[in-house]
Ligand binder design. Structure first.
Ligand code: KG4
Ligand code: ZN
Length: 339
């Protein structure tokens, strides 16, 4: 089955053609990073308008990869920015209506956990998903396509948000994740001992707002005596990642989950990949990390999950709304199960 995926939840306009939930024919992503750079973060109204401009060229390019017409449209309906989500959902409805094909609604965070399927590497159920992005930091037990449970999540800032805000304060560039990833490789991660927030909390939740403040306070206080910036960001990263790796392992072992799937933009991070890989190996767990282009926001992951939901009987319709605060595991209103 040929599925058209559409993703516009944040600052990437994306369309993809994916066969049977795994074979990518096209995965076109138009990033708005340049538009938001001067603000050091995403401006919702600019994002919505940029989606309106970009979505048709992106769709045309994605559809050009096949002579065949898609048999299903899968679209992100939340969580995300309301004005951005509305663009993708409206276009999806228009296409589904004019082609007379079904539409299925997809949760963006859940889609990150299914990106591994595009490499044919999605493990069998149940598995542990770690989704780390600019908007989310969570651990979930995935038992089926429509049965998942959040085991822990951030109480304040997301991990990617902490990277972006630290980078913005230190004037290193936007988005901060890739910049800090590169700089930290040349730094001494033991130079500054930053706090490991909630590492001993006894639960699987996270907090990154205090760590971000600790980095900012430290650099303000140290003034001219601040160590090289590479050391500061390497130390920040070491603190941030130690918690996420420790809690991921604890989640997998507590729940008896032998397989771990990584997803979300921060999953591109070199240090996170290698630390998590080493930690999983030492406990006999298997880690699945999709390539970077499938970790950041893209429509192929939406098509991959949409195909599975459709196969499980889920269908949406022309009344489909958007849900900016949709949580992983929430049933999507309007996405009913046929039969
Ligand atoms: O999944 P994504 O594309 O969008 C959201 O759903 O949020 O993730 C974007 C986030 C940004 O915060 C960005 O700084 C972060 O992922 N990111 C990284 C890296 N590449 C992207 N963080 C750390 N290291 C990276 N290499
Ligand atoms: Zn995302």
């Amino acid at each position: 089955m040929l599925v058209l995926g559409i993703e516009t939840s944040c600052d990437e306009s994306s369309a993809a053609l994916v066969r049977d939930g795994k074979e990518i024919l096209s995965n076109v992503v138009a990033s708005q990073i340049d538009l938001h750079r001067e603000y050091g973060g995403i401006v919702p109204e600019i994002a919505a308008r940029a989606h309106v401009e970009a979505i048709m060229p992106v769709l045309n390019e994605a559809l050009a990869s096949s002579d065949e017409r898609p048999q299903l449209v899968a679209v992100t309906v939340g969580p995300g920015l309301v004005g951005s989500l509305v663009v993708g959902v409206s276009v999806a409805k228009g296409l589904a209506w004019s082609w007379g094909i079904p539409i299925v609604a997809v949760n963006h965070v859940e889609a990150h956990a299914y990106a591994a399927a595009l490499e044919g590497k999605l493990p069998g159920y149940p598995f542990l998903a770690l989704v780390v992005s600019g908007g989310h930091t969570l651990l979930a037990e995935v038992r089926d396509v429509d049965d998942m449970e959040i085991l822990g999540q951030t109480m304040d800032d997301a991990l990617g948000e902490a990277y972006d805000k630290v980078s913005k304060y230190l004037e290193l560039g936007y988005p901060g994740g890739p910049v800090i990833d590169r700089m930290a490789q040349e730094g001494n991660a033991a130079a500054v001992k930053f706090p490991r927030p909630m590492i001993g909390s006894g639960d699987l939740n996270f907090s990154y707002s205090g760590l971000k403040t600790a980095v900012i306070r430290y650099t303000m206080k140290a003034g001219a005596g601040v160590p090289p910036m590479q050391d500061v960001v390497a130390s920040f990263q070491a603190a941030a990642l130690e918690v996420v790796v420790r809690k991921s392992l604890r989640a997998a072992l507590d729940r008896g989950l032998a397989e771990v799937v990584l997803g979300g933009g921060v999953a591109c991070n070199t240090e996170l990949r290698s630390r998590l890989q080493a930690a999983c190996k030492s406990e006999g767990l298997r880690l699945y990390c999709p390539p970077g282009a499938l970790c950041t926001d893209n429509a192929a992951m939406v098509a991959a999950l949409g195909f599975r939901l459709f196969s499980a009987g889920y269908r949406s319709g022309m009344e489909q709304d958007v849900y900016p605060n949709l949580r992983l595991g929430d049933p999507i209103p309007g996405n009913g199960r046929a039969g």
